[in-house]
Design a protein around this ligand. Structure first.
Ligand code: F0G
Length: 437
């Protein structure tokens, strides 16, 4: 059996703790904690075969795209039966030819994590964090959120019979997401402040009370999200792409991808990691600013601004882990404007691939990189996978506003597709169709 425990990510500190301790930060040095594994697993070929064979099974654990990889999750085999799962993961990898051309690439594949039970990548992590909450005997779970974490947490808490409380910045999350937490029965607190203020509150409250914190500070969340890359590589027949591009907000997903790459290499499942590129919205880009400025400390953005509300975050909690991920993979960071995000989203739409604005930062970032802008220039012929993180219907207001030319400060471009008003008259409609050819 593999062993696992909590460990401080600061090499100098390196304090370790039992994984059953309810900790989110190192009590000694305040740095982040991660789960460390002493793996005792079959060889890489056997592991790959085992994970592939499970795809033919009807066992709910095998049907889950997260628990299919349970050998690398921090849950003992005796507890697997207590997993809180609803078939999460299993998100497709799709060719995106229009988006590739737009970005200046020969080929682009996207992995769409929005195709999950609650419509975002958060479900990959939440299934594991909710299971840990259940194993710890927690009654209440809590998170601060720009909307997707809260939707996912509320759903998984509902499945697990836990009570949930969400802290959301008032008036700053998309309606699709708000509607989810209401339906799933979470106590929904609209904080008079931004995401960073909500995050500070919930951190303090979970330190002082029994509330179990489900933000990505919680290392069990990160472990679930780690399986995104195991799943992706299985889908790619274990041929490692050159580059993986993903949006960055609180930087939990970047942290999870970095952890996955370290372990994939350690387990002999890959030889060389793909380079990770994190893309931020220019108005909420503290990681980008740090790397560009050559600094080793992240300076929070006091008032983050972007219409991609999922990533409207100025003080990302997981930046140290994200930095480690970029260092390990030879990766980098990009920042893109509001216009670039809106246009890239509409282009992805032409591929039949809807997504929420934050996800479209990836294609916008790739376009910059293909032009050699920033520190993250693409080399010709690189195999690229973009990670889309949220479902198109999460923020339909944004989409309609864009196509109607109503997104403040953003010019409608050649990609906008406003509806046309027509009389209820067949002849006039035929005339219009002919004109459009
Ligand atoms: N994309 C979407 C759709 C998101 O909801 C988020 C984060 C991100 C990207 C960024 O991921 O934070 O791991 O860097 N949403 C969080 C939330 C913050 O509360 O739902 P990250």
């Amino acid at each position: 059996m593999s062993r696992f425990f909590l460990r401080c990510i600061d090499r100098g500190c390196g304090a370790v703790f039992d994984s059953a301790e309810k900790l989110y930060q190192c009590p000694r040095c305040r740095d982040l904690l991660e789960l460390a594994f002493e793996y005792r697993l079959p060889d890489p070929g056997q592991l790959r075969d085992l994970w592939r064979q499970r795809k033919a099974s009807r066992d709910p654990l095998d049907v889950s795209g997260v628990w299919r990889f349970r050998e690398v999750l921090p849950v003992a085999s005796g507890d697997w039966g207590r997993a809180v799962t609803m078939g999460e993961g299993n998100s497709p990898v799709l060719e995106a030819p229009h988006s590739a051309r737009y970005a200046g690439l020969e080929r682009l594949r996207v992995k769409h994590l929005g195709w999950n039970p609650t419509g975002s990548f958060k479900d990959y992590g939440m299934t594991v964090a909710a299971t840990q909450a259940r194993l710890l005997g927690s009654r209440w779970v809590a998170c601060a959120s720009t909307g997707n974490t809260s939707a996912s947490m509320a759903a998984y808490a509902g499945r697990a019979g836990l009570e949930s409380v969400v802290f959301i910045p008032e008036g700053q999350i998309a309606y699709g997401k708000l509607s989810q937490t209401l339906d799933y029965g979470a106590l929904t607190l609209q904080v008079e402040g931004d995401f960073d203020a909500a995050m500070r509150l919930v951190r303090e409250l979970s330190a002082d009370t029994d509330l179990y914190l489900m933000n990505s500070l919680n290392p069990f969340r990160i472990e679930g999200q780690k399986t995104v890359l195991f799943e992706l590589l299985d889908q790619l027949e274990w041929r490692v792409p050159d580059r993986i591009v993903l949006p960055g907000g609180n930087l939990g997903n970047s942290a999870a991808f970095g952890k996955a790459l370290l372990e994939l290499a350690e387990l002999g499942l890959i030889e060389k990691p793909p380079r990770l590129t994190v893309v931020q919205a220019a108005g909420a880009a503290p990681l980008y600013a740090m790397l560009r400025g050559g600094s080793s400390r992240l300076e929070p953005v006091a008032h983050a601004e972007t219409r991609a509300s999922a990533i409207k975050i100025g003080d990302p909690v997981s930046w140290r882990k994200a930095l480690r991920a970029l260092q390990f993979s030879g990766g980098d960071c990009q920042a893109v404007s509001e216009e670039e995000i809106a246009e890239a989203k509409a282009v992805l739409g032409r591929d039949g691939i809807g997504c929420e604005p934050a996800s479209a930062t990836t294609v916008a970032g790739l376009r910059r990189m293909a032009r050699g802008e920033g520190t993250a220039a693409l080399e010709a012929g690189e195999e690229v996978v973009a990670i889309l993180t949220g479902h198109q219907l999460k923020d339909s207001e944004y989409t309609v506003d864009y196509h109607l030319g109503r997104l403040e400060g953003i010019e409608a471009s050649g990609w906008s597709n406003p509806p046309r008003r027509v009389p209820a008259d067949k002849a006039r409609i035929l005339e219009l169709l002919e004109r459009l050819g």
